[in-house]
Design a protein around this ligand. Structure first.
Ligand code: NAD
Ligand code: MG
Length: 393
């Protein structure tokens, strides 16, 4: 920089080619005066990653899939960008000294890299809810020990973060998470049994990656978010309510002891919560559609149906059980969603696989991240075996 000081915030994006990652790239590209990119990480989408890297000029571009190394190296030849591959390189990217890290890898695969950023005290935009579900208490302890900052990116948790008065936590009566109800909100169980992956990922309000879209259809997403909220806001399980709100305009609410309920509203567009985390503690512009309440006309609310959406009950029970139960819930759900997306099981079998895995595995206390990873692996093996045996479905 020819001796000129560069005061721009250094950014690393873990999962830059995904739905959250692409929205983050768009916001960063719009403000080259505020942000410079340290590292970009993806699983195997070489073309998109190389294209992003050519535009954003990070120090490092990484693919988790070692088989994609050669293609990425070729695509970035002559750019001076350091190219690496494999899970170790993903961690290395998270360890580079970027002040702000977007954690947007999907699933428990995001745990180790997110933790690597936590352990160097970074500010983290947390989209990857699965890492809090599978290792919540340990993660929060690491955040406190290393002086890291977690800024929720999940729209519900961003809403709560925005309306939670941090000096009035004693006055919070409860948190109310809103849920769209997903694409099968008004389908019968018989109809749901026949739903295809294409129908499950066609979310009515949000455009998202395949895994979270299926989670939204089963409402496991809201179960994972319940666990996420419990850890992020230190809120007991019985003080977190879930209400179905099909318009996805109110993103969540905090109810206080004086009867006040504070909500955050906006169009269902992830660029708003991403921009909030990116700009924090200031606000920055986001090109999300502006809310037009007269055009929307009505905001409606209903209770979730525990019969058609058993995932909610499973997640709540796993949180009550504690220890390794949420880790097992998350791992079994990842396996079951993958099996559903590849047409190995039906839609309603997802919750059955999760329930049977939870029943099959003895719950244990988790005292280290290694314990979490071991539980995650055995729950995955167990879930795959249940699917192979086709027990009960
Ligand atoms: P996605 O599938 O669109 O993208 C996932 C990203 O992670 C991709 O860049 C992929 O290359 C990368 N990735 C996958 N496995 C990897 C691995 N093993 N190592 C390194 N990179 C890997 O998913 P998404 O919809 O962007 O969601 C990402 C996370 O954000 C999820 O945890 C999801 O629950 C959460 N989230 C997403 C939304 C949304 O609107 N999409 C909203 C709230 C929370
Ligand atoms: Mg959400």
């Amino acid at each position: 920089m020819n001796g000129v000081q560069d005061n721009r915030r250094g950014i690393t994006i873990l999962g830059s080619t995904g739905s959250i990652g692409k929205n983050t790239v768009e916001l960063i590209e719009a403000r080259p005066d505020l942000y410079r990119v340290e590292a970009l990480v993806a699983n195997s989408s070489v073309d998109l990653l190389a294209n992003q890297a050519r535009r954003l000029k990070p120090r490092m571009a990484v693919v988790a899939d070692e088989g994609a190394y050669g293609a990425l190296k070729d695509a970035l030849a002559g750019t001076g960008i350091h190219v690496a591959a494999g899970p170790g390189a993903v961690i290395e990217a998270a360890q580079l000294p970027a002040e702000w890290v977007m954690a947007a890898i999907v699933g428990a695969a995001g745990l180790a890299p997110t933790l690597a950023a936590v352990r160097r005290g970074a500010v983290i935009g947390l989209a990857n809810k699965e890492c809090l579900v599978c290792a919540g208490a340990l993660m929060m302890a690491e955040v406190a020990a290393h002086g890291a900052t977690l800024l929720p990116v999940d729209s519900e948790h961003s809403a709560i973060f925005q309306v939670l008065e941090s000096d009035q936590l004693h006055a919070v009566e409860k948190i109310v998470l809103t849920a769209s109800g997903g694409p099968f909100r008004s389908r019968s169980l018989i109809e749901m049994a026949a739903m295809t992956p294409e129908q499950a990922v066609a979310h009515p309000n949000w455009s998202m990656g395949a895994k979270i879209s299926v989670d939204s259809a089963s409402m496991m997403n809201k179960g994972l978010e319940l666990i996420e909220a419990h850890h992020l806001f230190a809120m007991p399980e019985d003080r977190i309510d879930i209400v179905v709100h099909p318009q996805s305009v109110i993103h969540s609410m905090v109810a206080y002891m004086d009867g006040s309920v504070l909500a955050q509203l906006g169009s269902p567009d992830m660029r708003t919560p991403i921009a909030y985390a990116l700009g924090w503690p200031k606000r920055i512009y986001a090109p999300a559609p502006r809310l037009d309440l007269t055009a929307i006309g009505q905001l409606t609310f209903e209770a979730p149906d525990p019969v058609r959406f058993p995932a909610l009950r499973l997640a709540r029970r796993a949180l009550q059980t504690g220890g390794s139960a949420p880790t097992v819930l998350n791992a079994a759900n990842e396996v079951a969603v993958q099996a559903f997306l590849s047409r190995g099981i039906g839609f309603l079998d997802i919750a059955k696989v999760v329930e049977q895995t939870l029943e099959a595995i003895d719950h244990a206390a988790l005292s280290s991240i290694e314990d979490v990873l071991a539980q995650d692996r055995s729950a995955r093996d167990c879930a795959w075996n249940i699917i192979k045996r086709g027990r009960g479905f």
